[in-house]
Write a protein that binds this ligand. Structure first.
Ligand SMILES: N[C@@H](CCC(=O)N[C@@H](CS)C(=O)NCC(=O)O)C(=O)O
Length: 217
């Protein structure tokens, strides 16, 4: 059964795409145009009642919430492709630890920056410069903690690439490219080396090549 992934142009679905490529799972994509409001169409809301992408469908099995989808496919296909969960319970604990850091501490400020800097004009509201400044400061503090962590291990959960690293790829790519804030990464030696490593993975390069961002800023 080929897995269907809804919304491939956007960042959160790209988490799922890169995971499926790493796991060597076959998939197809279904476009959803957020700028046209297709995520609020009644048919789409039957799949994802909160009206966000991604959604996956595997036969008649439907999931949403990108990190839940990552965990599901990484577990279901544990023995094929890249192991993204760690080999021991302790490694798995650290993967979960840093996946939660991404969700709870890294994503909120970087998501606000994305909406404010990249999407505000497209969605028809003015940029809030105070919110941008505040979000950048919050993100900088999180990156300082990452710098310390990555001075001790090559990747966030240890010396192995995992879901915890992978989950950072789409929004950090926006930060570096479309948002023009690469300095936030480059001013931190270990974060910078980590970013070069994870963003040059063939799986991520393939996602970037196949599924362009919804527009160029
Ligand atoms: N917690 C959700 C958030 C997904 C999310 O924020 N998706 C964005 C695109 S990257 C979206 O659909 N935004 C439309 C909206 O919030 O109305 C997940 O991780 O799947």
């Amino acid at each position: 059964m080929v897995v269907k992934v809804y919304g491939p142009a956007y960042a959160s679905p790209k988490r799922v795409l890169v995971c499926l490529i790493e796991k060597e799972v076959e998939f197809e994509t279904v476009p959803v145009d957020l700028l046209k409001g297709e995520h609020k169409d009644p048919e789409f809301l039957k799949l994802q009642p909160f009206g966000t992408v991604p959604v996956t469908q595997d036969g008649d099995y439907t999931l949403y919430e990108s990190r839940a989808i990552l965990r599901y496919y990484a577990e279901k296909y544990k023995s094929q492709g890249t192991d993204l969960l760690g080999k021991t319970v302790e490694e798995r604990g650290l993967v979960e630890n840093w996946l939660e850091v991404e969700a709870q501490s890294y994503n909120p400020p970087i998501y606000t920056l994305t909406v404010q800097i990249m999407f505000s004009s497209k969605l028809g509201f003015p940029r809030d410069e105070n919110l941008i400044k505040e979000s950048e400061e919050k993100l900088a503090k999180v990156l300082d903690i990452y710098e310390e962590r990555l001075s001790k291990s090559k990747y966030l959960a240890g010396d192995f690439f995992s879901l915890a690293d992978l989950s950072h790829l789409p929004f950090t790519q926006y930060l570096v490219d479309q948002m023009g804030k690469e300095y936030m990464i480059r001013s931190r030696k270990h974060v910078s080396a980590w970013w070069d490593d994870i963003s040059s993975r063939p799986s991520w390069q393939k996602v970037l090549q196949l599924y362009a961002a919804p527009f160029k800023n």
